[in-house]
Structures are given as structure tokens and as C-alpha cells.
Design a protein around this ligand. Sequence first.
Ligand code: MG
Length: 203
Amino acid sequence: MKVIAVGRNYIDHANELKNPVPTEPVIFLKPDTALLKENKDFYYPDFSQDIHYEVEVVLRICKEGKHIAEKFADKYYDRIGLGIDFTARDIQQKHKEKGLPWELAKAFDHSAAISNLLPKEGFANAQALNFHLDVNKQRVQTGATKDMIFSFAKILTFVSKYITLRNGDLIYTGTPAGVGPIQIGDHLEGYLENQKLIDFRIK
Ligand code: MG
């Protein structure tokens, strides 16, 4: 399986990092070794001094798809959850300045925390979900999937033009504003429609 992630999919987050608002989705990948499951603690790696949290809504792909038509895209995912796209902002910044790929900043071990994934039928409208992240009981990020620049359907259509989607792949659909650094000892709690799905600590 693979993890496909969308960068800059909320205008307020693109603005906070002083990035232009994209006209087509910004896509990057994480390997399966990036996954951090079952609310296990995240161990701060020694190669970065500026790891940021980014809470995101995550889709699970349920069948193989290539050149998916937008009107059928919703049939290609069956579960929805939350993830943290951990990002080594210091490494990313250096790579951005040199025009280099972001992999080392985004794809390192355990950089893709993933919650339990819930059946999408449990939600009336996947494109109208509210989610938020609390760090040490302080609300740091609040998002709504209606505010995405590129909808779930548009993301699947765009990605599948280039990369075949397969059963079990995960799509991290972008983070809203409010990203920030984590510290050892922090407690992260993420909520999707007020259901707590993420609950772990930084060690
Ligand atoms: Mg992200």
C-alpha cells in the first residue's frame, strides 16, 4: 500500500506558510514505513529540531482505480479517519529554498499517524465534516472539509491520472491553518465530528 498526501489544500494554511494558492493539487507520497497506528506514541527523531503536526482527514481507497471520473470518485473510498502528517519543517524549508523534493521532510518513519478508519456510510456528507486537533487540551487546528480547495473527488480524479490507486491506499487530504511545532511531552487529541480518533503523546 502507499500513502498519498495533498499539500496546500486549504487557503488559510497556504497563506500561513506564505505559499501561493495552487491551481492544481500538490501531491507527495509517504512509504508504508511512515505509518504510526493504534495511537502509539510518536518518538521525536534526532534529525530535526522543528517537527510540526498537521491534522488531516484521511480516506481509505477500496478498489483499484486509474483515470477515475469525478462523478464516480466517491465509489473508490470506503472509510474515513484522521491522520497527522508530521513534517520536519526545518528540512522542508531547506529543500524548498534549493528547489529539491520534500521526501526527507515528509516521508520519514512514523510521519503518518493514522487513526481508526470509520465507514463512510456513518457520515451524512463526507464533504461537510468538521475536525479539530487539541495539543495539551488547547485547540490548535479547526478544519471543515467543505473548505478544501480540491474536493475528495477532485483529488482522486487528479491523482489517478498519474498513479493507480489500489485497495488499502490512504489519501491524506491536506491540513487547515494552525500547524505548529511539537515538543516532547505534548498530548495530541484529534476529533472528527466530535469523535476522538487521535490520542497519543510525543516522547
Ligand atoms: Mg499535510
